[in-house]
Ligand binder design. Structure first.
Ligand code: KG4
Ligand code: ZN
Length: 358
């Protein structure tokens, strides 16, 4: 029986690999940005008891999972390795040991198949998720192409990064501002841990917040008053929450008992402050650059309050907003479809490709 792959010989299929942090992921995508198959193996269960990602555990888990994930991805996509036209991997930025597993796997596959090897930037991939979603939406609604999402201001808001970029093209980014201490996702994870909520902290804080009052406590919104500077800071917010929970002395959070309502109110007030800063700095970046489109990606962009307040800001300030769909916010290999941009112009790598943590 002919497979889907046999019927569509004209299509370019790229096998994308993502192992920058703690998700082992692979996908088969086409040059038309169709997703033929995608698999994400999360490691949350391993990192849970530490309240954050442990690099050594992450790289070992990638090593154990990468081959089964690749097998399952090809199976889901209904293609054989011989149907693949190129292999791509996110080789920056990320945890050194984690990146190396993806890079070594991609190099081995590209060599064995005699196909081009493509390297992509994980952060650019988070923003590219917005283009993938916009194109898929148009294809499913059979609409004429509207304006592309690029050029845009890009906000990447994840566990390791909180940065604003001027994105001229999918692969030409200029940094406008970044966090000077914690990333927003890191703050969600640490505050969740102080509140005794499970890892990853973002979804737990969101759940707890639903029963809380976002105005119960007035937590700081750092950097919002300085519209010239597009940096972020979340450590003061984290410390303010710590003081609210445990006072200013040394704290053993396992001994602190908050009522359900107190937990919900602190979670909601923290979430509100973090979201206000992310929305406010993005609006300032749009104003400063004169750009009219904002694309947002990264795990924290899955947050419901963030999506709601950003949508309100877009209506109020009149900019085009593209937030990656929730399934493409946290790390995945579909966003590795950005490799298509490099495939088209022949931007291939040699087999001595390295991993770049920063
Ligand atoms: O993009 P991502 O999967 O990995 C990195 O590249 O860091 O982001 C993970 C981060 C974690 O800190 C997690 O707590 C946060 O995204 N996150 C959320 C939500 N879902 C995930 N933060 C707030 N609200 C959420 N619903
Ligand atoms: Zn990420």
């Amino acid at each position: 029986m002919p497979t889907m792959a046999d019927e569509r010989r004209d299509v370019i299929r790229i096998l994308t690999i993502e192992t920058t942090c703690d998700e082992t992921a692979a996908a088969v995508v086409t040059d038309q940005l169709e997703v033929l198959g995608t698999v994400v193996a999360s490691q949350d269960e391993f990192h849970q008891k530490f309240g954050g990602v442990v690099p050594e555990i992450a790289s070992r888990a990638h090593l154990e999972r990468i081959l089964p994930v690749l097998d399952e991805t090809l199976k889901k996509a209904g293609v054989k390795l011989s149907d693949i036209d190129a292999v791509s991997v996110a080789n920056r930025p990320g945890l050194a040991g984690s990146l190396l597993i993806g890079v070594a796997s991609a190099k081995a596959l590209a060599f064995a198949l005699g196909k081009p090897l493509i390297a992509v930037n994980h952060l650019q991939g988070h923003i590219y998720a917005c283009r993938i979603a916009a194109i898929q939406k148009r294809q499913s609604e059979k609409q004429q192409p509207e304006r592309d999402v690029f050029p845009c201001v890009g906000l990447i808001v994840s566990g390791g990064h909180t940065s604003l970029y001027r994105c001229r093209t999918p692969i030409d980014f200029e940094l406008l501002g970044t966090t000077i201490d914690d990333a927003a996702g890191e703050a969600f994870d640490k505050v969740a841990s102080m509140l005794g909520l499970s890892y990853p902290g973002g979804p737990s804080i969101q759940r707890a917040s639903s029963a809380g009052n976002p105005n119960a406590y007035s937590f700081p919104r750092a950097m919002l008053n300085d519209s010239e500077r597009l940096d972020f800071s979340f450590s003061g917010l984290k410390t303010a929450v710590r003081y609210k929970i445990a006072g200013t002395g040394k704290a053993d959070f396992s001994q602190i008992r908050l009522s359900e309502q107190e937990t919900a109110d602190i979670a909601a007030s923290f979430q509100e402050a973090a979201v206000d800063v992310l929305v406010g700095k993005s609006v300032q970046a749009l104003r400063k650059t004169g750009m009219k489109t904002l694309c947002v990606g990264g795990g924290v962009a899955a947050n419901a309050r963030f999506r709601e307040k950003m949508t309100q800001a877009a209506e109020k300030h009149g900019f085009q907003l593209h937030i990656a769909p929730i399934s493409l916010c946290t790390d995945n290999a579909v966003m590795g479809a950005i490799a298509v941009e490099r495939y088209r112009t022949g931007l291939f790598e040699s087999l001595d490709l390295d991993a770049f943590p920063t």
